[in-house]
Design a protein around this ligand. Structure first.
Ligand code: A3P
Length: 288
C-alpha cells in the first residue's frame, strides 16, 4: 500500500499520477485571467463538471472566435494540473486561451499566478459521506490507488488523513478562506444534481459565457449521468465504470454504521461546521 503513495509537503499523492518534479515545475505555469479553473477534492464530481466546462468553452470559442475549437489533438494536455510529466507546464504556456485546468490540490499548493492573475475558480464540493463512499469504491477499482479489504479499513484511512490528496475536512477548511473571493464560485454536487439547468446557467454566467436556451439544454443533456456513463468507454476507456458508478445522492446510507455516522458528524462539526462551505453543504439534509 505504502509504495503506491508518496508524501509532498505533508500530503499523500499516487506515484503513478504525480511526482515531486511535477510539483516543482508547476510554479512555472503562467496562469491567465481567462483560464477556467475547476477545483474539487477527488470524487466530488470533477469529471461531470469537466464535461460541462468543456462544452461551455467550445460554445464560447465558436461564438467569439467563429471557429469550431482552438484545441486540436496535438495541443491537448491532460487537464489535471498536478498529473503528468514535468514538461507539461512549458507546453501549456503555449496553448491558446481559454484553457481549462482541473485540480484536486489545496489552495496553498497551487501556482501563485492563479491568484495573482485573478483566474476564476469554480470550487466543487460534495457531502463528505458520499465523497467517502465514492472514494472507497474508486480506490478498489483503480490499480494505482491503495485498495481496502473492508469499508471499515477505508473509513479509518479517510478519517485519519491517509487519503491521496489529503484529508477532505482539511480541504474544505482551507478552501473556505477563499469562499468569499469574487473570483471563486462554489457549487455543490447536490445542488447541481437537483437543478442542473440552473447550475449550468450560473456556471456559464460566472465565466462570462452566454448561452441560448437550446445550447443550455444541450449542455445539460450531454452532461447527464446517463449520457456520460453511456459514453464512458470512449472517454475513460476500461475505467469508465469506475468513474461513472451510481451518480446519485445518499449511497452512504448503504455503508455507514451508527458509530461511523457519529464519528463523521463530530469531525464535520469540529472542522467545518458553521463555516461558509460547511453551511453550503447542507449537512443536515444530506448527511443525516
Ligand atoms: P459515485 O461514486 O457516488 O457514483 P469524480 O469525477 O470527481 O471522480 O467524481 C466521481 C463521482 O461523480 C462518482 O460518484 C460518479 O458517479 C459521479 N458522477 C460522474 N458523472 C456524473 C454526472 N454526470 N452526474 C452525476 N454524478 C456524476
Amino acid at each position: 500500500r505504502d509504495e503506491l503513495l508518496f508524501s509532498y509537503k505533508g500530503i499523500l499523492y499516487p506515484v503513478t499520477f504525480c511526482s515531486p518534479d511535477v510539483f516543482r515545475a508547476m510554479e512555472t505555469l503562467e496562469v491567465r485571467s481567462d483560464d477556467i479553473i475547476l477545483a474539487g477534492y477527488p470524487k466530488t464530481g470533477t469529471n461531470w463538471l469537466g464535461q460541462i466546462l468543456n462544452d461551455l468553452v467550445a460554445i464560447f470559442e465558436k461564438k467569439i472566435q467563429n471557429k469550431e475549437s482552438s484545441m486540436n489533438d496535438e495541443e491537448q494536455e491532460f487537464p489535471y494540473l498536478e498529473i503528468g510529466d514535468a514538461g507539461k507546464y512549458e507546453r501549456m504556456n503555449k496553448l491558446p486561451s481559454r484553457r481549462i485546468l482541473f485540480t484536486h490540490l489545496l489552495p496553498e499548493n497551487l501556482p501563485r499566478s492563479i491568484f495573482k492573475n485573478k483566474a476564476k475558480i469554480l470550487l466543487l464540493i460534495r457531502n463528505p459521506k458520499d465523497v467517502a463512499t465514492s472514494f472507497y469504491y474508486f480506490s478498489n477499482g483503480m490499480s494505482p490507488l491503495p485498495s481496502y479489504e473492508t469499508w471499515d479499513d477505508f473509513f479509518i484511512a479517510f478519517m485519519t488523513k491517509k487519503m491521496p490528496w489529503g484529508c477532505y475536512f482539511e480541504y474544505l477548511s482551507k478552501w473556505n478562506k477563499y469562499a468569499d473571493d469574487e473570483n471563486v464560485m462554489t457549487i455543490t454536487y447536490e445542488e447541481l444534481k437537483e437543478n442542473p439547468v440552473l447550475g449550468v446557467k450560473n456556471i456559464a454566467a460566472f465565466f462570462g459565457i452566454s448561452l441560448t436556451e437550446k445550447e443550455l439544454q444541450d449542455v445539460v443533456e450531454r452532461s447527464s449521468f446517463q449520457s456520460m456513463k453511456k459514453n464512458s468507454q470512449k472517454t475513460h476507456g476500461t475505467f469508465g465504470n469506475v468513474f461513472f458508478r451510481k451518480g446519485g445522492v445518499s449511497d452512504w446510507k448503504n455503508l455507514f454504521t451508527e458509530d461511523q455516522n457519529e464519528k463523521m458528524d463530530k469531525a464535520f462539526e469540529e472542522r467545518v461546521g458553521g463555516t461558509k462551505l460547511g453551511i453550503k453543504l447542507k449537512y443536515e439534509v444530506y448527511c443525516k
